[in-house]
Design a protein around this ligand. Structure first.
Ligand code: FER
Length: 299
């Protein structure tokens, strides 16, 4: 039997929590985050991944995962990063970097536990379906005690504060330590739930830094669509990829639907991928599997 992690418990409890937090809109039904209304284009953009997509293969080269520490000037502590380097990583080449952010109940280990990005990438790279890339999995709770303890919702301000930690501390540290291409076209930002909201907020807020942005099952920390993209035409020119995905059984889907509707109305090209899942690890694993196949390739 699987161990029920805090995150999984939260995933079950979230629709209820979201319901309690949401303020009723004037004259409108209460936005519960629990009742799910699906629209006609809330459909999968990609099929269910092929069998074995997430199974470690003995016959291919493997990349490396390492847990490292950086000095965060923003927080004033040493903080952790889980970093994947692709098979055959060498200083002779320069790599693109995907910064991958966790959810409200997670930390720098969450993505590995939920989706094993190293296995997905090793397989995709071996099959020529993804570019060799570095994946950086930081801790998005920028506060001195950054463990997912107690009432994890109380750390919401620290998820906002992570914007400065990411831009001022994490990225410069990674670009000094690894052999990377340090420009926006070789930098992607994506995350799940709370991390999806962070990715949309920070990524679209800093298009000079990120050309590839993805929100998976984005949480209510996501800014309002018109705040995210006040200038749709300018953003369209800069974005190489804007990705939105959410499970069709996720009580938070209204957040992603709202962003999708705004993008559609303002003709901002984007991927809208709605598969048959809840607010859960299988959703994020298949979202990551397809997202990494879209990034760092020519338009
Ligand atoms: C909320 C519901 C869910 C919220 C955040 C979440 C900030 C995050 C969920 C997750 O990361 O899984 O009302 O408010």
């Amino acid at each position: 039997m699987r161990i029920l992690t805090l995150s999984l418990l939260l995933a079950v409890a979230l629709p209820v929590l979201a319901q309690e937090k949401a303020a009723p809109a004037k004259g409108e039904p209460r936005i519960t985050g629990r009742k799910i209304y699906l629209n006609e284009d809330d459909k999968p953009a990609f099929p269910v991944p092929p069998d074995g997509f997430d199974k470690k293969r003995a016959d291919i080269p493997h990349g490396k995962l390492e847990m490292i520490e950086y000095d965060s000037k923003t927080v004033g502590t040493k903080r952790k990063l889980n970093v994947y380097t692709p098979p055959g990583y060498t200083k002779e080449k320069k790599y693109p970097v995907l910064y991958l952010l966790h959810g409200i109940g997670g930390d720098e280990t969450e993505w590995e536990r939920f989706a094993a990005p190293d296995i997905l990438l090793d397989n995709l790279i071996a099959d020529g379906k993804a570019q060799p890339m570095i994946i950086v999995m930081p801790n998005g709770r920028a506060q001195k005690n950054d463990r997912a303890e107690g009432n994890v919702f109380a750390a919401a301000p620290a998820f906002t504060a992570f914007e400065r930690d990411l831009l001022d501390d994490v990225i410069p540290f990674i670009e000094a330590r690894y052999s990377v291409n340090p420009d926006r076209e070789h930098r992607a930002l994506a995350g799940l739930s709370m991390g999806g909201g962070q990715s949309l907020n920070f990524g679209l807020g800093h298009l000079d830094k990120f050309a590839w942005v993805g929100g998976f099952s984005s949480a209510p920390n996501t800014k309002k669509p018109a705040e995210l993209l006040p200038n749709p035409a300018a953003a369209t020119k800069q974005l190489k990829l804007l990705w939105l995905s959410c499970g069709n059984q996720d009580g938070l889907i209204n957040i992603s639907q709202g962003v999708h509707a705004y993008l559609k109305e303002n003709k901002v090209p984007h991927i809208w991928h709605v598969a048959t899942h809840g607010h859960d690890a299988p959703e994020w694993k298949q979202a990551l599997y397809y997202f990494v196949q879209q990034v760092f390739k020519d338009k």
